[in-house]
Design a protein around this ligand. Structure first.
Ligand code: GUN
Ligand code: ZN
Length: 448
């Protein structure tokens, strides 16, 4: 494959920004370029310098005046809930029973799983998200559909079948042994194949018996290089129910700690009502609290207390949590994150938002060598952002006079219309190029 030179205003982070003026945390090159070869970044820098490194038969993608950033990363969402976004009027437990446990039963049908998996990946891509960690349904076939769709598009994706053996409809329940066996087979089949990573996924303490938690513990011990994903402390009724099911645990966090589920590879959705003791356990184990602002507002769950996690040294990431989350867009997600923090007197600077969607989330996943920034050797997963992607933005941008202001406009007003292009391992996925699986899949009909 010939070299690809992506030209535009390049922005990539090297550290977490410490304040609104922290220019040490990022590299910004006004006339910049990223040279891509065999799906990897060869070099990033000034166009004039990077251009000299290109081989014969160079293809130039000139995206000026748009911004060139690493692809966005989403650390928590549910692929079988793609058609359940915007389900009205219920908080977490009622919402799960009324809508979600009905919707997820459709994934027993492999054709349905394959259809939604393709559309799900295309939604991520058209919003500029190139890597995500998602829950599949309880059906192993849903995991096959998920990783097949990711593989067809060349995407680095994390996922796993949910395990649940109680407090769910019969059709969605496995058993501790079945959950273990199916997870084990799926890990063998998918983990490390191409760009796939497996996540061991006991849904949450309410839907797993102690026996299933013990089986999850065995899986984690046997596969320490897999991720673990579950939900923690999202809603007051959920907390009361979960802790009543595990009376010996000190608190909700201790349920997972007792089963050895908290490690640096663990992603804990929500973490809204943790006390200092629980946050300290996250800090000690390296487990990541996942902030899902659109979901937390939509379900009326509560406000993520980021400053408490920062103060106690716990890691945190950001995510959409579709389908309780209301958008696939990480821009819209950070818009709501800003507001959730603002309501608590906490600040999220524009640079910190863009750090979080890229390098911050890559670090939370331990994937910062591969994704989240545009250093030499990184995967060429890249998003091109048009800050005037909507007419109201174009008007607003006329008065912007700093990069920080532009980023804040993008986050506050932007959505998929601002994603001018997205590259997965150096391949353009949004432009509708005829060889793009994304454009082909857009014409798929829903199976009967
Ligand atoms: N807790 C357990 N399952 C879920 C889910 O699917 N979505 C959300 N938001 N919380 C959960
Ligand atoms: Zn979730």
């Amino acid at each position: 494959m010939s070299d690809l030179l992506i030209r535009g205003r390049v922005l990539t982070f090297v550290a977490e920004p410490q304040g609104i003026d922290d220019s040490v945390a990022y590299r910004y090159v006004e006339d910049g370029a990223v040279l891509v070869r065999d799906g990897k970044v060869v070099e990033t820098g000034a166009y004039a310098d990077v251009r000299k490194l290109a081989g014969a038969g160079l293809c130039v993608a000139d995206h000026r005046p748009n911004l060139v950033l690493p692809g966005f990363i989403d650390t928590h969402l549910h692929f079988p809930q793609t058609q359940a976004i915007a389900s009205y009027g219920a908080q977490l437990l009622e919402w799960l029973n009324t809508y979600i446990f009905v919707e997820e039963q459709k994934f027993a049908r492999p054709e349905h799983a394959a259809f939604i998996a393709g559309r799900f990946m295309d939604e991520l891509l058209s919003n500029g998200t190139t890597t995500a960690a998602a829950y599949c349904s309880v059906h192993p076939e849903s995991v096959d559909a998920y990783f097949t769709a990711a593989e067809q598009r060349g995407m680095r994706m994390i996922g796993g079948k949910v395990m649940m053996d109680r407090n769910a409809p019969d059709a969605l329940r496995d058993t501790p042994q079945q959950g273990y066996d199916e997870t084990k087979r799926l890990i063998e089949k998918w983990h490390g194949r191409g760009r796939a990573h497996y996540a061991i996924s006991p849904r949450f303490a309410i839907t797993s018996t102690p026996e299933q938690m013990a089986m999850s513990q065995a899986l984690v011990a046997e596969h320490p290089d897999c991720y673990v994903q579950t939900h923690l402390s999202e809603n007051r009724d959920e907390i009361a129910y979960a802790t009543s099911l595990y009376p010996e645990a000190k608190d909700y966090t201790d349920i997972y700690a007792r089963y050895g589920l908290l490690t640096e590879k663990t992603l804990l959705g929500h973490c809204i009502y943790l006390d200092d003791r629980e946050v300290s356990v996250l800090a000690e184990t390296g487990a990541v609290g996942v902030f899902c602002p659109t979901s937390n507002l939509f379900l009326g769950s509560g406000l993520f207390d980021r400053d408490r996690l920062d103060r106690l040294g716990a890691r945190w990431s950001v995510a959409t949590d579709v389908g309780a989350g209301t958008s696939f867009s990480m821009l819209e997600t950070m818009d709501e994150a800003y507001k959730v923090l603002h309501l608590q007197g906490q600040r999220l600077t524009p640079f910190n938002s863009f750090y979080r969607m890229t390098l911050g989330n890559a670090r939370a996943l331990g994937l910062e060598k591969q994704i989240g920034s545009l250093h030499a050797g990184a995967d060429a997963d890249i998003v091109i952002l048009d800050s005037s992607g909507k007419s109201a933005m174009e008007l607003r941008m006329r008065t912007a006079n700093s990069l920080a202001e532009e980023l804040f406009i993008l986050q506050t007003m932007g959505d998929d219309r601002c994603v001018a292009e997205v590259y997965v391992a150096g391949r353009a996925m949004k432009s509708g190029a005829s060889d793009s699986p994304a454009s082909a899949a857009k014409h798929d009909l829903e199976p009967a």
